[in-house]
Ligand binder design. Sequence first.
Ligand SMILES: Cc1cc2nc3c(=O)[nH]c(=O)nc-3n(C[C@H](O)[C@H](O)[C@H](O)COP(=O)(O)OP(=O)(O)OC[C@H]3O[C@@H](n4cnc5c(N)ncnc54)[C@H](O)[C@@H]3O)c2cc1C
Length: 468
Amino acid sequence: MERPQTEQTEQTEQTGRAERTEQAARREGAAPDDGRATVVTGSGRARPPEEFTADICVVGAGPAGLVLALLLLKSGLRVAVVERARAHQREFRGEILQPGALTLLDSLGVLAGARARGAHEHTRFRLVEGGRTLLDIDYRELPAPYDYLLSIPQAHVLDELLLHCDAYEGFTYLDGRRVGELLREDGRITGVAADGPGGACTVRAHVVVGADGRFSKVRRLAGIEAGRREAFDLDVLWFKLTDDRSGARGPETLRDVRVFRAGGSPVLVYDSWPDRVQVGWTLPHKGFKDVAAQGIDRVKEQLAQAVPPYAELIREQIGSMRDLSLLDVFSGRAERWSDDGLVLIGDAAHTHSPIGAQGINLAIQDAVLLHPLLVASHRAGDASAEFLSAFERTRSADIEQVMRLQRLQSKAMLSRGTFATRVRPRLAALLRRTPVYRRVLGRIALGNPSVRIAEELFVPDVPEGGNR
Ligand SMILES: Cc1cc2nc3c(=O)[nH]c(=O)nc-3n(C[C@H](O)[C@H](O)[C@H](O)COP(=O)(O)OP(=O)(O)OC[C@H]3O[C@@H](n4cnc5c(N)ncnc54)[C@H](O)[C@@H]3O)c2cc1C
C-alpha cells in the first residue's frame, strides 16, 4: 500500500526534503570558549571548536528557543543555541500566529522584519458546512493593531530572530548538531553533548533549556515522562496546494482561516505565503489505513467534495499518497518541567493540538515568562529544580486553560447532530454580543494578557557581533 509522508520525529529520523535556505547555507561557523566566531570563507572550511561554555544553553531553535535566546542576550547573558537542523525550511511547522504572539514579537522588534519576508493576514476563523457558517470568529473585533491572524512561514520568523540574536557577541549558534546526551556533575545537569554534520561538541552552562519540541530528546534524557493525552483522537493528513489566484490577490484581500465540516472529518484550509493553500484533513486516530485502502482517487474525491472551492486544485495537484503527510495529533503535559540545571519550555513541556493555533503563542509566552527567572537564577547562582520550578508554578494554570479551550473547539468541530448543526450556531450568534464571547476571543487570541517582556532587565550596552 502506498503511504503518505510521515512526520519527522526523534524515532523516524527522516531526512527532510526541504531545501536549505541561503541564510542557513552561510551558517557554518561556531564560537569557541572565548565567545569569538569561527568564520568560514570560500573553500577554507574551519573546523568548529569542540567545547563551548555559556551562561544558558538552549536546545532547539524553534519559536520558544530563539525568543528566549534573544531576551537573555539583551539582558547581557551568554547564550548557546544547539539546533539539529541546518535550515528552517522544514515540514510540519505551524504558521498561524495569534495576536498574542504578534504583540510580543513586535515588542521584541522582530515582527516588521519577519513580515517583510512575506505573510498573509487573515481576519476571521470560520467553521462552515455546505453553504452555512456554523461559527464565525472575527478578529477585527479585537483592538488594533493586532486584530488579525497572520499566516507566515515559520522560517521567516526564525530567520529574523536569528538575525537579531546574531547582533550579540554573547551568541553562539550551533546548528546541524543533534543533542544526544546530557552532561551531569553530582547528579545536576551541567550541559549537553551534540553531534551531526555541524560537528561534535559539548556545551557547559549554568542552566540547560529544553526547547526541542513535542518529541523532546532532552525531556527523555532527563527521564521526564511526556504525559501524552489522547484527548483529540485524530490524525491529520497535511498538504499544500499551489493556488495562483491566492498569490495574485493583493494585501487588501480579506482572507479567512476556514474549517469545512465534512461529516466526521473536518478539513482546515487557509492561504499560506506566497501562493499556497495549506490543507489539513482530520481523520479518526489510526484511521488512515481504511482511507488508504480506498485508493488515491477515492481519497481525492472525498477531499474535493469536502472543500468544493479547492476541488479542481486537488484533482490537478494530488498525484499519489506521497503528496500527503500523515501527522499524529496529540496533546500532552510533561510530568514536570524542571530538574537540577534544567527547564523545559514550549512544546517540550506542553504539547497542543494544532486546533485553534495556540502552540507558537504559548511557546513565545513561555520564553517571555522564563526570561526573568533565568536572569535571577544566574545572578543568584541557583539552578536548583526548586528554584527553576517557579516557572511551572506560574504557567500551569494558563496551559490547563488553553487545553480546556482546545477540547471545546475540537468538540465544536467534530460533533454532529441537530445540536451541533442547528442549535449551537444560533447560541454562538447570540453569545457574540455578550462580554463572555469577547473574553473567550481575547483568551484564544492573546493568551494570558498579563504576560509582558521584562525590559527592565535589558542591559543597554551589550557587546555586539554574533558567533556564526
Ligand atoms: C501540523 C501542525 C500544525 C500546527 N499549526 C500551528 C499553527 O498554525 N499555529 C500555532 O501557533 N501552532 C501550530 N502548531 C504547533 C506549533 O508548531 C508548535 O507548538 C510550536 O512550533 C512549538 O514551538 P517550540 O519552539 O516549542 O518547538 P518547535 O517549533 O518544535 O522547535 C523545536 C526545535 O528543536 C529542534 N530539535 C529537536 N530535537 C533536537 C535535538 N535532539 N537537538 C537539537 N535540536 C533539536 C528542532 O529541529 C526544532 O527546530 C502546529 C503543529 C503541528 C504539528
